[in-house]
Ligand binder design. Structure first.
Ligand SMILES: NC(=O)c1ccc[n+]([C@@H]2O[C@H](COP(=O)([O-])OP(=O)(O)OC[C@H]3O[C@@H](n4cnc5c(N)ncnc54)[C@H](O)[C@@H]3O)[C@@H](O)[C@H]2O)c1
Length: 475
């Protein structure tokens, strides 16, 4: 089904109504008015943020909003990076803000705390001596906070996904272009060793023409989602109970999109999404509600199905399959990253990573190791053992992404992912829902670059041709 921008907003508005039943995200529905009005106009790019570099920063003065699981994890990573100064911390829950500040006791950092009301983050964004706002709240709030932070002159690094609706994706793009502030989504898996290895191989022509990519974030979050304490206000369970489609698409999609030069040589054209039924969340909610009235509001909801599968077609005729299953009892955590080209195939998950360059099957270990040695880029080797020593999350990729973010800001370099990446990768959340609600018919993906994808140059300076000298502080 072909849709114009007005239709997108109409659809998104309908999707928004379902979401609006969730008290957590009710406030966001109001954002649709302004963006909806903008949606009537053909889009013109104000300023091309691809390749944008802001003036270098001697220090990177950081504020973090959202101090549940992810916020303190970023705090612990960033405190090991030269030039970072924590100046502000915010959480709606005062004890969480105080606990995060306690983690910095005895260090050079003395951040101001903001807390106690749902909009305390606005005051943080208004604080003068801040350069970068890191957004780690439940994701339906990410874009609202990011837009306000940019309006206040701050760069933004948002956790994934950066936006929950199409209007928010556009608002991120419009605001970044107008304010000329960075808006990077912290898609950490795109910095994974196998992802950047295959990116380097793709750039050197090892795969020939890239034909398709497959990716997934398939890992059971059932016990987390039904835990009373894991996530603030049961926000993930509320999302599963009010949304359809891929509600967490960016982890696999980031790495594949970099390899396919999405937004810089190619772009997403249209997609279809099909969800399986929910076989587990509804029955679990009913069982729990029978024993514990806390779960009564969660019984009888129409949960997102166990498995959501999206296929995106690009303008250059390639396909990307994106899966998300956060429900089925998968022992092995599965983050598929598979690239098929006319000359070679690479696939990670199930582990270990494998590469094939002929019909003879996967390369034997010695040949695989030789390719890894030849094509592992500097961005991986520079961090090497340091990430093990510092011991930060996701096998060291969190340190790598935060280090490179700070390094680029200190040197006044373009960031490795830009606002068009944030918008395009996040847009799969609302667009996949639109497809599911329309019997999996195809939905066009907007061109957030307004045509500049045809001439934008590559990002991900994986060989660290510039910068790269920011130190890691051990201890
Ligand atoms: N990239 C990754 O690998 C990764 C891993 C985990 C989580 N995430 C993302 O990080 C984000 C946070 O996830 P989490 O697991 O930390 O969730 P969480 O529920 O543990 O933490 C969210 C925090 O936000 C706070 N909060 C809620 N409303 C607020 C408001 N109005 N103002 C200020 N604070 C508010 C809550 O009190 C809570 O402390 C999510 O968007 C998630 O998708 C990414």
């Amino acid at each position: 089904m072909k849709m114009n921008r007005r239709d997108w907003f109409r659809w998104s508005g309908l999707a928004g109504l379902a979401v609006a039943a969730n008290p957590l995200v009710r406030g966001l529905a109001g954002n649709q008015d302004a963006a909806g009005a903008a949606g009537q106009q053909p889009r013109r790019q104000r300023f091309n943020m691809s390749g944008f570099a802001a003036p270098p920063l001697e220090k990177v003065r950081v504020g973090i909003v959202g101090l549940g699981n992810r916020g303190p994890s970023h705090l612990d990573t960033l405190r090991h990076i030269e030039g970072v100064e924590f100046r502000a911390l915010c959480d709606i829950e005062p004890d969480r803000a105080a606990a995060a500040k306690k983690l910095l006791e005895g260090t050079r950092h003395n951040p101001r705390l903001y807390s106690g009301s749902p909009d305390a983050w606005m005051k943080l964004c208004e604080q003068d001596d801040l350069d970068l706002v890191i957004v780690t709240t439940p994701y339906p709030l990410h874009a609202t906070i990011a837009v306000y932070a940019m309006e206040q002159g701050k760069h933004v690094a948002s956790e994934v996904p950066a936006a929950a609706t199409l209007e928010e994706c556009w608002k991120l793009v419009d605001t970044a272009e107008r304010t000329r502030r960075h808006c990077m989504m912290l898609e950490n898996y795109a910095f994974g060793p196998f992802q950047v290895l295959t990116l380097n191989m793709a750039r050197q022509g090892v795969f020939g023409d890239i034909v398709c990519g497959e990716c997934a974030y398939n890992t059971s979050k059932m016990s987390n989602n039904f835990s009373k304490t894991m996530y603030w206000n049961m926000w993930w369970l509320k999302l599963y109970g009010s949304k359809k489609g891929n509600i967490y698409p960016t982890h696999g999609l980031g790495g594949v999109s970099q390899i396919m030069n999405i937004n810089r040589g190619d772009r997403f054209d249209y997609l279809v999404t099909m969800d399986s039924d929910d076989f587990m969340m509804g029955p679990t909610a009913r069982e729990l509600a029978a024993k514990d009235s806390f779960f009564a509001p969660f019984a009888g909801k129409s949960y997102r199905g166990n498995m959501s599968t999206t296929i995106i077609r690009t303008v250059k005729g390639r396909t990307i399959t994106v899966q998300h299953d956060g429900t089925s009892p998968r022992g092995p955590h599965t983050i598929i990253h598979a690239i098929t080209g006319t000359k070679a195939l690479a696939q990670e998950f199930p582990l270990p990573g494998r590469i094939s360059t002929s019909l003879d099957g996967w390369l034997p270990q010695d040949k695989y190791d030789a390719l890894v040695k030849e094509f592992t880029p500097a961005i991986t080797t520079r961090m090497g053992g340091l990430s093990q020593q510092v011991g930060t999350g996701h096998g060291g990729v969190d340190l790598l992404e935060c280090w490179r973010l700070v390094d680029c800001l200190r040197h006044g370099l373009p960031l490795e992912q830009d606002v068009y990446d944030a918008a395009a990768w996040s847009s799969i959340v609302p667009l996949s829902e639109m497809s599911v609600m329309n019997r999996s018919n195809s939905i066009d993906v907007p061109d957030f670059t307004a045509g500049s994808w045809k001439k934008n140059g590559p990002n991900m300076d994986i060989n660290l041709t510039r910068g790269g000298d920011t130190r890691i502080l051990l201890g």
